[in-house]
Design a protein around this ligand. Structure first.
Ligand SMILES: Nc1ncnc2c1ncn2[C@@H]1O[C@H](COP(=O)(O)OP(=O)(O)OP(=O)(O)O)[C@@H](O)[C@H]1O
Ligand SMILES: [Mg+2]
Length: 112
């Protein structure tokens, strides 16, 4: 199992969510975050406004998926979230040791 953590433009969340739905992915955690990348301290556009602050609003999407669908899922997120502009976001991948469904103590991929 791999945790895919995608930091995306908030305006792209609906498209990313639809792409994940299309792949049959159900479980996810969404967080409103602030962040910066390489252009720290430089101007970036957000919803038609120019920001010169270092920390811009982003949406963090966390999903844990079986190993065999990681590549496909990452590609789908990129396709849905990309505009080609700076600030499009970033994807981090983490190995997950286990997953346990609290209700019935199912473990591993079966619990996702
Ligand atoms: N190295 C990093 N560590 C943790 N979070 C990061 C890192 N780089 C980017 N992020 C997060 O991802 C968001 C989007 O980053 P961003 O797309 O601006 O990356 P970038 O490397 O500057 O690429 P680009 O040149 O396309 O803008 C940031 O606002 C921040 O929340
Ligand atoms: Mg950037």
């Amino acid at each position: 199992m791999i945790k895919i953590e995608a930091i995306i433009q908030p305006a792209k969340f609906d498209a990313v969510k639809a792409a994940l739905d299309n792949l049959g992915i159900t479980g996810m955690t969404i967080t409103d975050v602030r962040g910066c990348g390489r252009q720290k301290g430089h101007t970036e556009m957000y919803r038609g406004h120019e920001y010169t602050v270092d920390l811009l609003p982003k949406t963090k999407v966390e999903i844990v998926v079986p190993d065999d669908i990681v590549d496909h899922t990452v590609s789908a997120i990129i396709k849905a979230a990309a505009t080609g502009m700076i600030g499009d976001g970033k994807i981090f991948l983490y190995k997950v040791a286990d997953c346990i469904r609290i209700r019935n103590e199912q473990c591993g991929v079966a619990a996702l």
